[in-house]
Each structure stands twice: as C-alpha cells, then as structure tokens.
Design a protein around this ligand. Sequence first.
Ligand code: PAF
Length: 285
Amino acid sequence: MMAKVIIARKKSELDAGILHYRENNETISLVPTMGALHEGHLNLVKLAKQKSDRTIVSIYVNPAQFAPGEDFEAYPRSENDDISLLIEEKVDLIYIPDPKSMYNVHHATKIIVGGVAEGLETDHRPTFFEGVALIVTKLLNRVTPDYAIFGEKDYQQLATIRRLVDDLDIPVEIIGAKIARDNHGLALSSRNKYLDSHGLKIARQLNKIMISYASMMSKGANVDKATQTARAELLESGFSSVDYIEVRSPNSLTILEGGVLNSPARLLVAAHCQGVRLIDNYPIN
Ligand code: PAF
C-alpha cells in the first residue's frame, strides 16, 4: 500500500509528523520552496530522497524577502499542482504553513549576514538576504532536519545560507544541488513563466554568452575586459539591462581584482528581459 503524504498546515501537524519519524530513528531532509514547482525543485526533492529516510518539502511565499514594488502579489502560486507533483515524487510531508502563523504581530528580529551576502544581489535587492535568512532560520528551527537542500542557481543565496548555519551553529548539513536547465541551457526558474516566446529566445542567450566568456577567462582572458564585453553582448542580444556580471571566488565570493585568473572562480550574472530578472552562474575552472 502506498504511504499517504501528510499535508501539514499547522505547526502541530508538522510536529506530529517529525515526532513519528524521530521515534523511528529516521533521518529527515528539508527542501524549502516558494511553490510554483518545476523540474529544478523536483531535482532537489530527488537529492533529498537519496540523502535521508524522510523528505519534507515546505511551500511558503515569504513576504520578508520581497521589497515593496517587487512581485510578491504576482509571484506564481500553484498549490494544487505543486501538491500533485510532490505526491508523484513520493515525498513524506508537505509543510504549507498558514501565513499568519509564520510572522506574529510582535515579530521584531532581523538576521543580517555579512561577507558573502554583500554586493551582487544585495546591491540591487538590499533586504533580500535578510528575508531569506529569517525564513530559512525559522524553517530549520521548526523542521529540525538533518539535511536541507538548496539549488545552486541562487548561488549567493546558497553561500549565505551556509554562512548563516555555520555562524549560528544550526545543526543541519546544507546540500547544494546542480542547476537544472531546459534543452537550450536556460536555468529553470518559476519566473520563466512570465516570458513569451520572444523573451525565451533572448533569455536562452544568457547561458551561451556566459559559457563562452567563462571559457575565455579560463584560458587567460582579462577578467575586466571579458565581463565588460559580455555585458555589451547581453544588451545586444535583447536584455534590457544587466544588474551585474562579475567574477568572484567560488566559496567566499570575494571580489577578484581584474587581471587574469590563476585559480577557480565563479561567473555570476543578473539581467532583465521582458521585466523578468534572470540570474545564473557558471564555474570558471
Ligand atoms: O530559493 C527560494 O525559493 C527561497 O529563497 C527560499 C530558500 C525557499 C526561502 O524562501
């Protein structure tokens, strides 16, 4: 008989599920999501299932990580489809907290991560990582998983969460999952739904341009010149603006000063197309 997936909306329902798993000495993975699930999320779920006995997926569109004027209201929501996909993936528990239960009216705590969380995304979304750090800490505290899985597409987010967990002694192992891409190499994202066919054509140039410049820099091209030319090429390909295209060290995300690379690095990009902000990153080896 197929085990029934638990859908927990109340903290007490989540607690009951976790207690049951822990009584059986089972390990737990958490996959935090904001719903609108696609193949990329399902890859995280598959990785979680390999890692642990039980897999919990949370679905919560976290208002704290959206600045005023961003797409919180319009963010794609597809709860019924998400639940069906997760049932197919045979997850054990889906945690969909009631939004009112997440931040109580007296909430007054901020978590500010420095270092890896500075620059790049923060230059354009100054409160984004505060919101992410808060919700991830709350979810980790509520679920107390052994593993938590995050995608490498949000590379700076992953680095920020690793820093947060290490700095605050949160007892969980953070696992990064490779970027899931469509057949044209475009990194999968819930926001790709906003693009029409012309927008998709433009968006699919992003990874091609990144691969070509990552390869040039790995062969000795000057980093400043290469990123400047790559930026110009993105704009020529139809992107309306480029928030950043930068080369950083792969773990600490330290700025690498101009010149030629002599150790592995990461190329990170955020660019806009048809009002959609696309982010992506590539290793430079
Ligand atoms: O990457 C996301 O989907 C979100 O930032 C996360 C980690 C689920 C926190 O809301």
